[in-house]
Structures are given as C-alpha cells and as structure tokens.
Design a protein around this ligand. Structure first.
Ligand code: ATP
Ligand code: MN
Length: 460
C-alpha cells in the first residue's frame, strides 16, 4: 500500500517502512549518493528519496529521469538536509514508466503560455497541481455551503430549445449535415428534420429552469457547465465555463446581496483554511499580494451602491477611460475595476441598472427606468457575480417580454410560473472560473480550468 506524500510529510519519522509512488521532478547527486524529488499530486511539496548509488543496478538508476514514474520502498527518516522534514532512504525502486529527454517539462520555469500548449502534461507542474487542488476544494465548498443551508441541487439541461436568456451568443446543437442540410419551401434549413425537430443550442445559463425549481422547492442551486460563443479573446472569458446559480423563493434584492456576500466570503475563507500550502505557493510564484487580498475580502464589508451613483463617481472622477461612460451605458471591466481598485478599494455590489441594458426577467423598479439587477465586482476581476430580483408580476413581465421582442413560444412555460402561484424571488450566477481567478491569483482564466475552450482552441 502506498502512502500519499501529503501524509508522509506530516508523519513522525521512526524508520518505518513506507511505499511512495509518484513522478520524478528532479534527480541530482554523484557516484555514491543520489537525491530524487518525487511528487504524487497530493500536495505541492515533493518528497526526497535518498539513494545509496552502489547498492542499485546502474541501468535502473539511469532510467530515473525527470518525468518518470516510480514506486519506491524505503524507510522514513528525519531529513539531514534543510529543505524538508523527512526523507525516504530507498531500499527498492521500480520504474513504472520512463520519460526520455523529449519530456517537455525538463527544466523549471516554463511560461504559462507554453504550458497551455501542453495542457495534457501541465497538471504535473506545481502551478497546475495547486490550481486544480484549489478548484476541487472550491467545488466541494460550494456544495457544502448550500447543502448545510437546505438548498436543493438541481440539474438543469445543457441542451436548450430556447434562445431568450440574452446572456450571450449560443452554440448550435444539430445532427444535420451542414453541407447538405434539408431545406424548407423558403429555402431555409428545415429544422423539423433535425434531431429535436427545432433549432437547439448549448445553454448559456441554467437560471430560467432554476427559477421553475425554486417555485416548488424554495431554495435551489445549480452548478454546471455553460457555453457562450462570444468571440471575446479576453483573460476573463471562456467559451465553456462552470456557473453556480442559486435561486431562492421569498428573497428580495437585499437578501440576494446578503447571500452573495456571505457565500463569497465563505468560499474565500474555506480556501484560506483548507488550501494554504497551495495558496502560499501561488502567492510566492505569481502574486505577492494574494493572501493579503483574500484576507481583506473576508474581513471587510462589500460596498453597496446604485448604478446611478456609480456613474456619477466615474463621470466626476476625471479618469480617462478607453470606453466613455454616461448614464445608460453598460459598464466595461475598466469602469468596474476603477470603482473597486481606485475608488472604494474593496468589493462592490452595484444595483438598479437601466432596464435597457439588462435581461427581460429582472424586476422593474418604481422609477420605471431601472431594474433590480445586482452585479458583484471584485478586485482584478471586475464582474464575478451577476444576478437580480426577478419580475414576479405577470403583467410587468409580459410587457418586458414584448419590449424585448422575445417570442412567446420560447417562454410560455416560464410565464406560467407568474400565472400560477407567483412569488417574489431572486438569484444570481457566480462564474466558477472567475472565482478561481480571484482565489488563485492567476491572471488568465485559461489557467484555472484543466482544458480551456476559447475561440480557435478546443485541443485536448
Ligand atoms: P461579462 O459582462 O463579464 O461578460 P456577463 O454579464 O455576460 O459577464 P452573466 O450573464 O451575468 O455574465 O453571467 C454570470 C456570471 O458568469 C458572470 O458574473 C461571470 O462571473 C461569469 N461569466 C460570464 N461570461 C463568462 C465567460 N465567457 N467565461 C467565464 N465566466 C463568465
Ligand atoms: Mn452580468
């Protein structure tokens, strides 16, 4: 039975027999002694294996190169070196798989850009090991948070027949041969011959179906993949990303803001409490202010204000923005970050946006001009959460649907919830990879998901 390196590094060394299995990071030494650093992915640190060279077969030792996978039997002793508490004195070594000098992760210090080109091997780097362990811990923490508060996890569909959410461009799902698609009398593609009998796409959000469930189960959340065919090559957008979407009956916009703030603080605190060795590594390697920023978010209240107040601040700031800003314009990331990083110097929650720039389902305010939208803005990221109180009034919802030219056939089922036992309710969407950008301090969203999907890139 192997012991994971994470456990070995915490064990009291008493010359006990141990088995280590993992991948060689480095090997150094001379004719009499060799030191092999092995990593098994359980923790960012390696364990040092010490080899008494004359006692081992030369051919075997030659095959122990960076990237090779080994089984080592030996005794766990206190380390004589200063780099680690314990080390393994090897008695027997088996090579599961060698790696010759074409293994791309030879030297240390590859650029993140290069590592993206070898996404099949980058989990073997310290950086991606750390990111993927944090990603795992955050997934678990999300389920834990909602589970402990009585939320029901709902699986919303990935293939959708409605194109009304307006959250972004969609990917088509079809089994028709695009080179030889059947045509109707008007010469257009005849989707009645397609698999679903109508045009379908990959979902951009599970919210609308989430609302249906909230109107029965009270408090629900979704956590699944979403897809946007937006041709935006930014460090904050992916074509395939994961989203967490709670939806809660009897919640107004204030409750919604309270939940978003509590949830984000819980997740950041969970990371600090459970992922510290990985966070420390990332802090040292990529972002010297990471730990400070994480602590700051946990300890301080988010600033809450209206869109209108935010516009006043931006306009009177005198700051030269790339995109000019005035009441009615959608905020760009540079505006969001100005508010968070320069003006308030803390996370910000903006509410009450102009109805024209927001989705049809958001609750209309009494001014008739703004809706109860809510965006949470974070340092270095900009928007991390988008949400709203939903329009619960049948007539107002119908008017909004009309104004936004949404076909009735796409939303009749959604409208039914306002016809039968409507209730005030609210919810939001947290982009999982945006959260991970914040928690890991990584600068590019392609580096917080194992296999990123972005324009012109679907390898691996
Ligand atoms: P943005 O303005 O940043 O493009 P959005 O307003 O289109 O985002 P929403 O539709 O409100 O985003 O989606 C909810 C959340 O999902 C966002 O707050 C963000 O965290 C995340 N998100 C949106 N689009 C993407 C994307 N392309 N890649 C990764 N995360 C995304
Ligand atoms: Mn948004």
């Amino acid at each position: 039975m192997r012991t994971k390196i994470k456990e070995l590094l915490l064990a009291t060394p008493e010359s006990q027999e141990v088995t280590v299995k993992g991948w060689v990071r480095t090997k150094r030494g001379n004719k009499s002694i060799a030191f092999i650093a092995i990593n098994d992915g359980s923790v960012v640190h390696n364990i040092q294996v010490v080899v008494d060279v004359p006692n081992f077969d030369e051919e075997t030792l030659k095959k122990i190169t960076t990237g090779a996978c080994l089984r080592v039997e030996g005794t766990l002793v206190e380390s004589k070196g200063s780099g680690q508490p314990v080390e393994v004195l090897a008695k027997e070594i088996e090579i599961y798989g060698g790696a010759d000098n074409t293994y791309p992760l030879q030297k240390k210090g590859h650029s993140l850009e290069f590592l993206r080109e070898i996404a099949h091997l980058r989990p073997r780097t310290n950086t991606f090991g750390a990111v993927l362990r944090i990603r795992n811990a955050m997934s678990f923490a999300i389920h834990k948070y909602f589970n402990e508060r009585g939320y029901c996890y709902i699986h919303t569909p990935i293939i959708t027949g409605s194109d009304c959410e307006g959250a972004g461009e969609m990917f088509n799902v079809t089994t028709l041969d695009i080179n030889n698609a059947p045509k109707n009398e008007e010469g257009k593609v005849d989707y009645t011959k397609d698999f679903f009998g109508k045009p379908c796409s990959l979902t951009v959000s599970g919210q609308l179906e989430g609302e249906l469930a909230a109107m029965a189960l009270g408090s629900i959340y979704t956590f699944g993949p979403t897809f946007r065919a937006e041709n935006s090559n930014t460090p904050r957008h992916l074509a395939e990303f994961w989203m967490i979407e709670p939806e809660i009956a009897f919640f107004d916009i204030i409750d919604n803001m309270d939940l978003a703030e509590d949830f984000l603080k819980y997740l950041v605190r969970y990371a600090l409490d459970n992922c510290m060795s990985d966070i420390e590594f990332l802090n040292k390697m990529f972002d010297k202010e990471l730990i400070e920023r994480l602590n700051f978010v946990v300890e301080n209240d988010f600033k809450r204000l209206t869109y209108t107040e935010a516009i006043d601040i931006l306009v009177s700031s005198g700051h030269k923005f790339e995109f000019p800003v005035s009441w009615g314009t959608d905020l760009q990331s540079e505006h969001e970050r100005y508010l968070v990083e320069n003006h308030f110097k803390r996370p910000v929650i903006l509410i009450d946006y102009p109805k024209e720039i927001k989705s049809f389902y958001m609750k209309l305010n009494e001014d008739g001009k703004t809706v109860r939208a809510m965006d949470v803005l974070f340092p270095k990221i900009g928007e991390i959460i988008g949400g709203s109180e939903r329009e619960a009034d049948y007539d107002k919802l119908m008017k909004s649907i009309e104004e936004k030219h949404i076909p009735h056939k796409d939303v009749w089922w959604y409208i039914d919830t306002r016809k039968f036992g409507s209730a005030p309710h609210s919810g939001f969407g947290l982009g999982f990879e945006r959260l991970l950008l914040f928690v890991t301090g990584m600068a590019n969203i392609r580096d917080v998901i194992p296999f990123p999907r972005s324009p012109k890139n679907a390898d691996f």
